[in-house]
Design a protein around this ligand. Structure first.
Ligand code: HXC
Length: 269
């Protein structure tokens, strides 16, 4: 707290906001997923990090405070039995599963005419099928969550506009938006809230590196944002914290746009 004003990187909610909650975070070993995990832990949650790279997951879990608060569960979200197994390990270790964050994603720039069917399938498999696998495997545990279950999936507003050069990712993310809205209604009676977050370009992430920086488009993309700058991982984690918290108890089926006004600028100019 500086001059009575909350600094951008201070916790925005009471330190025990997520106490007793167990979160399963895909792609939790790096980038946005790791930042979300870190903020969840600061607010009292225990986290399960899932992705393909066991070594990175172990290092991340250790940095987050070790096995009392964070464990690594290697799994490829494309593989349902692996996902199911990771979810069961998580519940066995921490006793419940309350929050699922579908953050794992694959993406690369490739004009559609040059995209191989396997390239298309790979991204749809990671993003859309992976999200379905995690939701499906987590459902029976989320509905037993004592405070209500929570699903948060990371998508992008490019899912709605289309995404020249990334048709696979845009289509997959649009599928996740639709799936989330369906599940919000189907699983509402089970007290499971289902929401999405649409980040804009976020500095220091694999996505911005691959899609913008490596293609020398970073300055152009910054100008396309109403606020004129890339977001931070913390900006997205704050949105995830809000959606996971009791402060969003009546929020479901929502897509929370955290893009610095990029979408609005796109449709108004
Ligand atoms: C064309 C490509 C390609 C490229 C892979 N392929 N990269 N085609 N251009 N740059 C094709 C391959 O040739 C192959 O098809 C098929 O895709 C599968 O490739 P593999 O390498 O075998 O797959 P795999 O090892 O499973 O890797 C998955 C991946 C990889 C998605 C391709 O990039 C990955 O693991 N990414 C994870 C990290 C990531 O992408 N993070 C960024 C997410 S960003 P063929 O036909 O040859 O067999 C994001 C939002 C960004 O989602 C928002 C920005 C604002």
């Amino acid at each position: 707290m500086m001059n009575g004003k909350l600094a951008h990187d201070e916790p925005m909610l009471p330190a025990d906001t997520l106490r007793g909650q167990v979160a399963f975070i895909t792609g939790g070993g790096t980038g946005l997923g790791l930042e979300i995990a870190s903020q969840f832990v600061k607010l009292g949650a225990r986290v399960v990090l899932a992705s393909r790279n066991a070594e990175r997951l172990e290092a991340a879990a250790k940095d987050l405070g070790g096995s009392d608060v964070a464990i690594a569960c290697p799994a490829d979200v494309r593989n349902y039995p692996e996902v199911r197994n990771a979810v069961e390990i998580a519940v066995k270790r921490f006793g419940s599963l309350d929050i699922l964050v579908n953050n794992a994603a694959g993406n690369f720039f490739c004009p559609t005419a040059e995209l191989s069917p396997n390239g298309w399938r790979t991204v749809v498999d990671i993003d859309l099928n992976g999200t379905f696998h995690c939701c499906h495997a987590a459902y029976e545990f989320l509905k037993r969550s004592k405070d209500g279950g929570n699903i948060i999936s990371i998508i992008t507003m490019n899912a709605l506009s289309g995404w020249p050069g990334a048709a696979h990712a845009a289509a997959a993310k649009a599928g996740i938006l639709s799936l989330s809205r369906t599940l919000a209604v189907e699983w509402g009676p089970d007290n499971i809230r289902v929401n999405t977050i649409s980040p804009g370009p976020i500095a220091d992430t694999e996505g911005v590196r691959r899609l913008y920086e490596e293609r020398a488009r970073a300055d152009l993309e910054r100008r396309r944002v109403a606020l004129g700058r890339f977001g931070s991982k913390r900006d997205v984690a704050n949105a995830a914290v809000y959606l996971a918290s009791p402060f969003a108890n009546y929020v479901t089926g929502e897509n929370l746009v955290v893009d610095g006004g990029r979408w609005l600028k796109f449709v108004t100019q």
